[in-house]
Design a protein around this ligand. Structure first.
Ligand code: ADP
Ligand code: MG
Length: 266
């Protein structure tokens, strides 16, 4: 398949929304897989103690393995943690174990607690990466703050359902605070509408409302609800390899292409 333009420098994209189940992990994993299938070198940083992104990429995240917790709390170099994703050249994952649940509290008393991930990424120069996608937990705690401080771009997945916009104000206020005090380069670069059910009026109303409010930040591509997308993780795969012809895989490919070409113009 075709090769997309590589960005002038590594783009660090944080995928965040404090609501659970809106498609953060699905989006991180599938965009990363799609980008890697089009000539990009991509690292997924799993910042959720549940380790769902690690699972979806077939990367071990149970037991006493080196993980993102040890990077954030014990200063283990990131390169000791990063694993190649099996069968996916150019795709890498820094896994999360359940230990990461403790980091939220342990970080509180640490020096430069908000910028530990940024420091770890800055010291990591091993892979000539084009993209780092950071998959956040469903909260606005210190893990998500670390992700916002480490990134230049924020991608918010929004599920096309009734409460879609609830809580977004709180997330955006946090982003403003991070920008004011810790990371002036942070921008809300991308909103992706996920789990779109074209049969309902509600979904199209929500999509319209989000576009009216956020304009060009919203990708043209919308991710449809598709069982193939939800099945893929149980096979340790992205939907991009599990069922490349499915509507979900094609949509994630289109979304990834939009992101790649938008970034190339900057
Ligand atoms: P989050 O990381 O925000 O908690 P997930 O990405 O884990 O959300 O998605 C929540 C659930 O919805 C998962 O079971 C996932 O497989 C499913 N899901 C996500 N996107 C889709 C989609 N486009 N179609 C169908 N199911 C989806
Ligand atoms: Mg998740």
């Amino acid at each position: 398949d075709d090769v997309w333009p590589r960005p002038p420098q590594c783009r660090i994209i944080t995928v965040a929304n404090q609501k659970g189940g809106v498609g953060k992990t699905t989006t991180s994993v599938n965009l990363a897989a799609a980008l890697s299938m089009h000539g990009q070198r991509v690292l997924v940083v799993d910042l959720d103690p549940q380790g769902n992104a690690s699972t979806a990429l077939s990367v071990e995240h149970r037991g006493d393995i080196p993980d993102v917790y040890k990077v954030l709390v014990d200063d283990l170099p990131l390169k000791e943690v990063v694993k190649e994703v099996p069968g996916m050249p150019g795709l890498y994952c820094a896994p999360a174990t359940i230990d990461l649940a403790g980091a939220e509290i342990e970080l509180v008393s640490m020096v430069a607690r908000e910028s530990r991930l940024r420091k770890a990424l800055a010291a990591f120069d091993s892979l000539e990466l084009d993209y780092i996608m950071i998959d956040c937990p469903p909260s606005l705690g210190l893990l998500t703050v670390n992700a916002l401080v480490a990134a230049e771009e924020l991608l918010i997945p929004i599920q096309c359902e009734y409460y879609a916009l609830e809580g977004l104000g709180q997330l955006l206020r946090n982003v403003d605070l991070v920008r004011a005090h810790l990371n002036p380069k942070l921008t809300l670069s991308t909103i992706l509408l996920t789990m779109y059910d074209g049969r309902t009026r509600l979904a199209s109303q929500v999509a319209e409302e989000v576009r009216a409010h956020f304009g060009q930040t919203v990708l043209n591509t919308v991710i449809p609800r598709s069982v193939r997308v939800s099945e893929a993780p149980s096979y340790g795969q992205s939907v991009m390899t599990y069922d490349p012809g499915s509507s979900g895989a094609m949509a994630y490919k289109d979304a990834a292409r939009e992101i790649a070409y938008r970034g190339a113009q900057v």
